[in-house]
Design a binder for this molecule. Structure first.
Ligand code: PEP
Ligand code: MG
Length: 854
């Protein structure tokens, strides 16, 4: 239900018994709340006849639904009375008198109105109500159905029940929702598609909600039907019985998703192994056109960027290319603008074209990808194609003169509010609804849709900031480099860019003011950003420099062993890690597998994703970190949307306070995947702040069957109680990105504060020293998995502070391995001592360099 309005129905007849019987018959077809129906039949003294005053009253009663009134009449003077009644209605609602057959028309109208259809559609259904009977009897008589109004052009064909003994019998069934996630976006899209393909008129209702038009995925989703909910399916039309049965079977099957406890083994519900890598609807699947097209021409007379003060190189490589600027959400369309009456038909047509074009575009993109990304794109496309949304938005243009842009905005905001009211997973779909909204508005305005731009040629992506979900979907073959105004060296944009091997600079203030298509030179090592480089400058571009793969084992010149592992996120990082010679995986950021999931991944989906990583490292260690959701890595199914300060909120291990089952499922999935592969799997928890959390996590992980349990130390509190933490687990790993952020109280996302959120800060180094000493005292291995581990100058210092393993983006391993092999452990310790004693990062660097040279 997009609009909270209902079309009311008035039955005008000479005979009260006839009107009452026809109404009762129609109501049998409705599974939930019927629309307002008023009868104006017979005379006050019980005789046969019609009365215009009573018809006027009935119109007033039926108008309570707020969606206009449809009047059906039986014979001759009933029509006259109804016409006359219109004169008596003060302040009349939109009223339509239709020349539909009385019984069939009433039935069709009631069913469609119950499903939330608008007045045009309900009228068209009533007018076409004889068609099924004609088809059944092979009677090709003149079609008395007026062509449907344009607002109803995509409505299902007219309903009618199968005929038995001359009476229509409603097709009704009940199905129980069995899948864990309930009738969320994907199942809703599947159900609505089935309904639309059948042509039957179907409504769904639950004991507490509905009925809704089942051709509307949004309507279905607003039922909020979770596992165990009984859905009543009612249908009419030529295919009603078969469609109702197919819908029942589909709901009962669990849609191939994970089944809720208690419903397993009741048939259906095979768990599909979804694709583990994630990408947002906005970021997924750029067209796979070869990178041959010329650069987009730069706009004429370009203005210089306001400033590109102090950009920081965060991912190496020097490249040249035209920029493409990330487009943000649409501005709110003018609420006061009105379309003149004479132009509304055109405006509605434009609106319909835009919605269908966006639906088609998303579907096409869905067809080009697979697994989870396909499901997300398909479900998002189904929102744009939702017939109820079309009708509601078009009605705002037609009746109120809203611009098409405003109508889309209003209707989808209304739907967002409904989803929010449902809470939980439905509330998390708000982003998808707004993505559809912005795409339709962009289409109407003739501008680029929001998200990572789609280009036929390779480009330098410029943005004020990038969400991980945008970055993780980037194609390194098309995205030459990333330039952002925000973000520090340890922001996730920087981390992902390094993992993808895409040169990147952050803190390039003013870069988004550059005209789209402007050619720039980007140096991800030095942070240089040159606008329109001349030929000489262009010739200095070297692309991405890659050193030969690392040949282990990692050790110092005097044979002190330091394991050099890779950090991986999405499964595509695996190949790079193997190619670069990583000694296993020191940090598997599992949340990157599920960034675009709107519902928690099933255990089976997780097992598939984890096995892919484990299989690549037989006999080597893979350290899996449980979901580190929150802050700048929100996971729609786990992260609270309304935290005032997400970095200090419910992120990392803290999400298990609210959703313990998500953690336990993940631990179970890791254990299952570990048992199936030959990697030595270890598990650790992110963002541990207390000894109690460490003890609790270790117990849960061991209960799930995992032997080697650890945790990341990335809060100052954890550093201060490192001895007790070490005693509670088998190993610890220092997350220097967050440890720097929290120790220095400097947002790691802030380019401006990058010099504070720096692991070279003596305060951070001394925290690391505390942890190293605790590890030595307790015999607990201490690793480093933050970005500091990839800094060849800092790596010996970390080893000197007690790190026995370093894990980093795979590209950094060769350089770090080479440095370590050139220094002794004693030199590392001397460098660590000197750096800790320094007063600031620059002095720490200089002191370490000097100590290593001795
Ligand atoms: C860290 O904080 O250093 C870390 C490794 O975790 P993430 O960067 O994923 O927050
Ligand atoms: Mg961290």
């Amino acid at each position: 239900m997009i609009a909270p309005t209902r079309v009311g129905i008035v039955a005008v007849s000479h005979s009260r018994p006839l009107a009452e019987a026809a109404t009762a018959l129609a109501l049998e077809m409705v599974a939930g709340d019927p629309p307002p129906i008023a009868i104006a039949a017979g005379t006050d003294d019980g005789r046969t006849g019609t009365d215009a005053v009573r018809v006027a009253e009935a119109i007033g009663e039926a108008a309570a639904g707020g969606g206009g009134v449809l009047v059906l009449m039986d014979l001759g003077s009933a029509v006259l009375s109804a016409e006359m009644a219109l004169e008596f209605v003060a302040d009349p609602p939109p009223v339509r008198l239709v020349a539909a057959p009385f019984v069939e028309g009433l039935l069709a109208a009631v069913v469609r109105a119950a499903g939330g259809a608008d007045l045009d559609t309900v009228a068209a259904e009533a007018l076409g109500a004889l068609r099924p009977k004609r088809e059944q009897l092979d009677d090709a008589g003149p079609d008395d159905a007026t062509p449907p109004a344009s607002g109803a052009a995509d409505a299902p064909s007219a309903p009618s029940a199968p005929v038995a003994d001359g009476l229509p019998a409603p097709a009704i069934a009940e199905a129980t929702v069995r899948n864990v996630a309930g009738l969320h976006a994907r199942p809703a899209a599947d159900l609505a598609q089935l309904v639309m393909a059948s042509g039957a008129a179907i409504t769904f209702a639950t004991p507490s909600r509905g009925p809704v038009d089942a051709s509307s995925p949004i309507g279905i989703a607003t039922l909020g039907a979770g596992p165990g909910t009984v859905v009543r399916i009612a249908g009419s039309g030529p295919q009603a019985a078969a469609t109702v049965e197919a819908l029942r079977a589909l709901i009962d099957s669990g849609f191939g998703e994970e089944l809720a406890p208690g419903f397993e083994g009741e048939g259906g519900g095979a768990t599909g192994a979804g694709e583990a890598s994630g990408a947002s609807a906005a970021a997924a699947a750029a067209p796979a056109t070869p990178a041959a097209a010329p650069a987009t021409p730069a706009s004429p007379a370009p203005a210089r960027p306001t400033s590109t003060a102090k950009p920081i190189g965060v991912s190496g490589g020097r490249v040249v290319g035209p920029i493409a600027v990330l487009v943000h959400a649409a501005d709110e369309p003018d609420a006061a603008a009105r379309v003149p009456e004479a132009e509304r038909a055109d405006a509605r047509a434009r609106l319909r074209e835009a919605m269908l074009a966006v639906a088609g575009e998303l579907q096409q993109r869905a067809d080009r990808v697979s697994g989870q990304r396909r499901d997300v794109l398909r479900a998002t496309g189904a929102i744009a194609a939702d017939p109820a949304l079309h009708r509601a938005a078009e009605a705002l243009v037609r009746d109120d003169g809203l611009t098409p842009e405003r109508a889309v905005w209003v209707e989808l905001e209304r739907t967002v509010a409904q989803y929010r009211e449902l809470g939980g997973r439905m509330a998390e779909r708000a982003t998808d609804l707004r993505d559809v909204r912005d795409r339709i508005i962009a289409r109407l305005r003739g501008v680029e849709p929001p998200g990572v731009p789609e280009r036929e040629h390779p480009f330098v992506l410029v943005a004020d900031d990038l969400a991980p979900v945008d970055t993780v979907g980037l194609d390194p073959d098309r995205c030459l480099a990333i330039v952002t105004e925000q973000g520090g060296p340890t922001s996730h944009t920087a981390i992902l860019a390094r993992e993808l091997g895409i040169p990147a600079i952050v803190g390039a203030m003013g870069a988004t003011a550059l005209a789209d298509g402007t050619v720039v030179l980007v140096d991800g090592d030095t942070g240089e950003l040159v606008e329109r480089p001349d030929e000489r400058a262009q010739a200095t571009a070297t692309g991405v420099i890659t050193l030969p793969p690392f040949v282990g084992p990692g050790q110092t010149a005097d044979g002190h062993r330091v394991v050099l592992g890779a950090n991986v996120g999405a499964p595509r990082d695996i190949r790079r890690a193997v190619e670069r010679g990583a000694e296993g995986v020191g940090l598997f950021r599992t949340e990157f597998c599920f960034l675009d999931r709107v519902t928690a991944p099933s255990v089976d989906d997780q097992v598939a994703a984890y096995r892919e990583v484990f299989a690549a490292f037989p006999g080597q260690t893979v350290v899996v970190r449980t979901l580190d959701a929150g802050s700048d890595k929100p996971l729609p199914f786990l992260t609270a949307l309304d935290e005032p300060n997400p970095a200090l909120g419910v992120r990392g291990y803290r999400t298990a306070r609210r959703d313990p089952a998500v953690l336990d499922d993940q631990l179970r999935a890791i254990a299952i995947a570990a048992a199936a592969e030959r990697a030595d799997v270890e598990v650790m928890a992110p963002m541990i702040a207390t000894v109690g959390e460490a003890v609790e996590f270790a117990a849960r992980a061991r209960a799930a069957g995992l032997d080697r349990v650890g945790l990341t130390i990335e809060t100052p509190s954890a550093a201060l109680v490192a001895d007790e933490l070490c005693a509670a687990v088998d190993f610890v790993s220092i997350g220097t990105n967050d440890l720097s952020q929290y120790t220095m109280a400097a947002d790691r996302m802030s380019g401006e504060l990058a010099s504070l959120a720096d692991a070279w800060q003596p305060a951070v180094l001394r925290s690391i020293r505390l942890i190293g000493e605790a590890g030595a005292r307790t015999g607990t291995p201490v690793g480093v998995c933050g970005e500091a581990a990839a800094d060849p100058a800092l790596a010996p210092v970390l080893v000197g502070l007690g790190a026995s393993s370093l894990s980093m983006a795979a590209r950094g391993i060769t350089a770090v391995g080479a440095v370590l092999s050139s220094v002794t452990l004693a030199q590392c310790r001397a460098a660590a001592e000197a750096a800790c004693a320094a007063v600031d990062p620059a002095a720490a660097r200089a002191a370490a360099r000097e100590a290593l040279a001795r």
